[in-house]
Design a protein around this ligand. Structure first.
Ligand code: IPD
Ligand code: CA
Ligand code: CA
Length: 267
């Protein structure tokens, strides 16, 4: 039996310590490189932060596996046992350009079931955290269950990429939804946007492509407050592959999929 309370205590301690190291790095020179495209940035701090977690986890929980964005963990293709899914800096572009609006994201799963979700907004020193079945918290404050929201009053997190010409979706599909809701926001960190859905600051977050480390923690947090996180087709997320992600207040989720995201248009 895993002691989730103890694992949670370690994970919360490590995420705050790693955040402090990132804040300290602001006074040193960053090494910035590009990965898949010129705008897909990675810094020495992304890599050092991932290694920081790997050292801590492997020395304390040697049987746990780690799926990390920067590739220093294990080759994880399925989720048996305990797996930590880690994005050491989510929102690297914000980290490089703005020194704010980025987060460390950690989801811990056992046999594919989310047990612990942590999203740490490093500069604001705000930790969103949840243990399965025990509710979600913003620092020490318990987050309430999400209340029913009318679509006309909803605030939607969405990147303008998906409503301009792009490779993944006909950009006209989401226009009626964007017109219907009260407003849209784009923060440049999927983890923060998912934490905001859990906190009721956004009523939905829609994106056409995220990796497991971008959404693993957010999925656990949102489910703890009664929200729904699926693909844009309404299917369960695959935790070891890229997915479209539709995270939503449960009162709007099915309504939006049925009325605004026409499945035949997605094909
Ligand atoms: C990115 C951010 C961004 C999202 C991208 C992600 P990274 O993560 O979450 O908001 O739109 O799809 O790749 O590269 O900064 O960890
Ligand atoms: Ca990310
Ligand atoms: Ca990242």
């Amino acid at each position: 039996m895993n002691d989730w309370s103890s694992i949670n205590t370690y994970a919360k301690k490590w995420i705050r310590e790693a955040g402090a190291l990132i804040r300290e790095s602001f006074s040193t020179e960053l090494m910035i490189q590009s990965k898949s495209t010129p705008n897909d940035l990675v810094t020495n701090m992304d890599q050092e932060t991932e290694k920081y977690f790997i050292n801590k986890i492997t020395s304390t929980f040697p049987e746990h596996r780690i799926l990390g964005e920067e590739g220093f963990g294990d080759q994880v293709t399925s989720l048996e046992g305990v797996v930590w899914i880690i994005d050491p800096i989510d929102g690297t572009m914000n980290f490089v350009h703005q020194q704010r609006n980025f987060a460390i994201s950690i989801g811990i799963f056992e046999d594919g079931i989310g047990q612990i979700g942590l999203i740490y907004d490093v500069v604001s020193d705000e930790l969103y955290h949840a243990v399965k079945g025990q509710g979600a918290y913003f620092n020490e404050k318990r987050l309430p269950e999400l209340e029913t929201v009318e679509i006309e009053k909803a605030i939607v997190g969405i990147n303008t990429t998906w409503v301009t010409e792009n490779k993944r979706i006909d950009h006209s599909i989401l226009t009626p939804l964007v017109k219907k809701v009260r407003g849209t926001r784009s923060y440049g960190s999927a983890a923060i946007e998912l934490a905001y859905v859990a906190a009721g600051r956004l009523d939905m977050y829609i994106t056409m492509r995220l990796s497991p480390w971008d959404f693993a923690a957010g999925l656990i947090l949102i489910e703890e407050v009664g929200g729904k996180v699926t693909t844009i087709e309404g299917k369960p997320l695959n935790l070891v592959e890229q997915n479209s992600v539709f995270a939503c207040n449960a009162s709007l989720h099915d309504h939006v999929i049925e009325n605004y995201i026409k499945q035949e248009d997605l094909e």
